[in-house]
Design a protein around this ligand. Structure first.
Ligand SMILES: NC(=O)c1ccc[n+]([C@@H]2O[C@H](COP(=O)([O-])OP(=O)(O)OC[C@H]3O[C@@H](n4cnc5c(N)ncnc54)[C@H](O)[C@@H]3O)[C@@H](O)[C@H]2O)c1
Length: 350
């Protein structure tokens, strides 16, 4: 069901993991979706499959959020009611190696997008932020008012991008929702869309690599944390629950003012070893593990307080860890090479 006045949506980063699922869901619910993506980390084929599973056309504009002219070109081509902004770089490790690149793409890209929205009179925005904005919350749940103390340039880039959005909102009276994702995982129920990465760093895709024999074992970084089994705890969220939150947020922008941030998680934490156990159960295969030293900047526990999103948007997560792993497993078995054959390199400026 399409929210009033919110039919045509420009989706940046729509050729990526979360973007393709978002495109599929929004298109299947009657939104007209145009993807804007430089294909640096995304796949044309992901959009084709999103279009196939939704039964709706999804247009792709190849462009770069670092380039104002390509943004202007996109806005000039459509009559957009809202923007869902997912285009960004997302690797913590890479952001430590190349912090300027993360500022440029994630922060300047967001600032450019806001400027283009202002120029073309588009004043509704849903933004993909991250739990990485919080840093270490100790053993407390992260609420939206927990102080933002990111532990990486990536997390800082999301704090800075949220702040650029707040400035845009106070300058223009726009309505914007920043969704702070916890740990998205899993795949579309058709198993034709999923996360595709040459060298995944997120726990569950790495576990799948081990199960499939692409890696010998799983490194467990630290077994002496003050948690129930000594390993770090994270809040995993099914990709389909996550994209439903985008639809709810998009609709919310039609009857709210200002800028709001919402955690998107289940509110329940799972340890590394619990994830490994669930993966063994689901796949019926062994998951060899190897103890490794703690990594710098790994919070002990990062779990969402989800009361604000439940109260304001009426959104709740519906799928548990086992169904997340089950759908990830179905996708990885159906498409062991993901979309790899259709990767394009960007001709856009860096
Ligand atoms: N996946 C996660 O674990 C996670 C967690 C929290 C937040 N997020 C955020 O969600 C968003 C989507 O993440 P994802 O997992 O789908 O990542 P992804 O890498 O699969 O998708 C990102 C998309 O953005 C595009 N892109 C990158 N730079 C661009 C640019 N300069 N101009 C235009 N397009 C560009 C890429 O080509 C890709 O299609 C990102 O903003 C990410 O920071 C992701």
């Amino acid at each position: 069901m399409v929210g009033a006045g919110c039919r045509d949506v420009l989706l940046t980063g729509g050729a990526g993991y979360i973007g393709a699922h978002c495109a599929a869901l929004l298109a299947s619910e009657g939104y007209r979706v145009t993807v804007f993506d430089n294909l640096e980390r995304g796949y044309r084929q992901a959009i084709q499959r999103a279009s196939m599973v939704s039964g709706k056309p999804i247009e792709l504009i190849v462009g770069d959020v670092r380039d104002m002219e390509s943004l202007r070109g996109a806005f000039a081509q459509g009559d957009f009611h809202a923007v869902v902004h997912l285009a960004a770089l997302k690797s913590v490790e890479e952001s430590i190696q190349e912090p300027e690149r993360y500022q440029h793409t994630n922060v300047m890209g967001t600032e450019n997008l806001c400027a283009a929205m202002e120029e073309f009179g588009v004043f509704r925005l849903v933004f993909s932020s991250s739990a990485a904005v919080y840093g270490d919350c100790g053993s407390d749940l992260a609420t939206e008012s927990t102080p933002l103390r990111p532990l990486s340039p990536y997390g800082q880039s999301k704090v800075d991008a949220e702040e650029r959005i707040e400035r845009f909102v106070s300058r223009t009276g726009a309505a914007a929702v920043s969704l702070r994702y916890f740990n998205p995982v899993g795949a579309h129920p058709s198993a034709s869309l999923g996360e595709c990465s040459d060298g995944p760093t997120n726990l569950i895709p790495v576990v799948m690599d081990v199960v499939l024999g692409n890696r010998r074992s799983l490194d467990v970084f630290g077994r002496d944390y003050p948690t129930r089994d000594g390993t770090c705890i994270r809040d995993y969220i099914h990709i389909m629950d996550l994209v439903v939150a985008h639809r709810s947020a998009l609709d919310h922008t039609t009857h709210m003012d200002g800028a709001k941030a919402y955690n998107v998680g289940t509110g329940r934490g799972s340890s590394v070893l619990e994830v490994v156990d669930r993966a063994r159960e689901v796949t019926q295969r062994v998951v060899p593990t190897r103890d490794a030293a703690r990594r710098d900047g790994d919070p002990v526990m990062l779990v969402a307080d989800v009361s604000r999103i439940e109260a304001d948007l009426g959104w709740v997560a519906t799928q548990d860890l086992k169904s997340m792993i089950r759908s990830e497993w179905a996708w990885r078995r159906a498409w062991p090479d993901g979309y790899a054959s259709s990767r394009e390199t960007s001709a856009a400026p860096r």
